[in-house]
Design a protein around this ligand. Structure first.
Ligand SMILES: Nc1ncnc2c1ncn2[C@@H]1O[C@H](COP(=O)(O)OP(=O)(O)OP(=O)(O)O)[C@@H](O)[C@H]1O
Ligand SMILES: [Mg+2]
Length: 164
């Protein structure tokens, strides 16, 4: 699959190099602490790049104690025990990008909770709402390079957390 840089032309990107799993999780946790209702965090990158690890940190930042894993056969898992509802999407098995709409997922994207979407690149045209897109790349056994791109004001607020 061609990997495109998700940023629209001209939007600033941020590069973050992390050297250990706990740093990826800590980044997720900062984002979770800053999250507000309706926020959308998009994650892309290959198998094992750390999308779920980052989501685990994000859940911790929401004070959500539930186990977060890669939902193998479901596209969406809802975690309701934290400060805000967490809607955790994994679009790896999305057959057709249109399913995002036909399955009624639109309601989640401006709802009371926050959406974290693994494999966001499977529905490349869906993300017109404000969002932060993080593209994860494997640069070593424990190293990851994360490219962040914000769209809209909430995207920028979350992006600022990445630089801390
Ligand atoms: N710095 C790091 N950040 C994230 N994960 C790391 C890091 N270093 C090592 N890892 C390991 O890489 C793996 C990341 O797995 P994870 O399930 O988070 O990836 P994923 O992108 O969600 O994959 P999938 O596409 O299969 O859902 C874990 O085994 C984790 O321990
Ligand atoms: Mg995963």
């Amino acid at each position: 699959m061609t990997r495109m840089l998700p940023c629209p032309d001209g939007a600033p990107t941020t590069l973050i190099d992390v050297g250990a799993l706990r740093n990826t999780q800590a980044l997720g946790e900062r984002l979770g602490r800053s999250a507000a209702p309706g926020d959308v965090l998009l994650l892309s990158g290959p198998l094992g790049s750390g999308k779920t690890a980052l989501t685990q940190g994000f859940a911790r930042g929401l004070d959500c104690a539930e186990v977060i894993n890669s939902p193998t056969f479901t596209l969406l898992k809802e975690h309701l025990s934290g400060r805000l509802p967490l809607y955790h999407f994994d679009l790896y098995r999305l057959d057709d990008p249109e399913e995002i709409w036909s399955l009624g997922f639109a309601d989640y994207f401006n709802g009371a909770g926050v959406c974290v979407v693994e494999w966001a690149e499977r529905a490349p045209d869906a993300w017109t709402m404000p969002n932060l897109w993080l593209e994860l790349a494997v640069t070593g056994t424990h190293k990851r390079r994360i490219t962040g791109c914000a769209r809209g004001e909430r995207g920028y607020v979350l992006l600022a957390q990445c630089a801390l």
